[in-house]
Design a binder for this molecule. Structure first.
Ligand SMILES: [Zn+2]
Length: 172
């Protein structure tokens, strides 16, 4: 039986984004964040020379989500997202946290650290609407450079509760 992929890649306000093509119910696992697993030390080196799409899954491993086959990398950040990331073992899934209608952009929160280091002025729909188009300046980092990978750190809470969903959710 063919699996319906309920989204497509299309142009968004800030570049490419993922957009729902079907209604997606709250709680649905939408897409997996895929890519080679790198030891964290190696990921940090890559990050230092400008690599993006690094998603730290635990204190040893990071997913390098740069390959274009990683459809989830097209999901943009939002401060008021409709998905959240959950880490299941060494895998990362994006799951709907509210009901999503066809045409809605699929977003998740990249986390405070990522914003602080990479997005000086947040241009997500939420921030643009509250500031009438100027975006919301994210907090400036006081000194030093970013440590580790913003994504993973922000999602450390996902580990425990994600475990119950590891089996039988139909991915792959
Ligand atoms: Zn925002």
């Amino acid at each position: 039986m063919p699996v319906i992929v309920p989204f497509r890649i299309a142009r968004s306000r800030t570049g490419l984004g993922l957009f729902a093509t079907h209604s997606i119910r709250r709680g649905t696992w939408v897409v997996e964040y895929t890519g080679p697993l790198l030891p964290n030390a190696e990921a940090t080196k890559k990050e230092d020379i400008g690599a993006r799409y690094l998603f730290e899954v635990n204190n040893r491993w990071t997913i390098d989500g740069a390959p274009r086959t990683n459809i989830a990398r097209y999901a943009n950040h939002s401060c008021k997202p409709n998905m959240e990331s959950e880490i299941v073992g060494h895998r990362v899934f994006l799951r709907a946290i509210r009901s999503i209608e066809p045409g809605d952009e699929l977003t998740y929160n990249y986390g405070r650290d990522y914003l602080r280091y990479y997005i000086p002025v947040c241009k997500c729909a939420h921030c643009m609407s509250i500031t009438k188009g100027r975006g919301r300046p994210t907090q400036k980092k006081k000194n030093g450079k970013a440590n580790g990978h913003a994504n993973g750190k922000a999602n450390g809470h996902a580990n425990g509760k994600a475990n119950g969903h590891a089996n039988g959710n139909g991915h792959r």
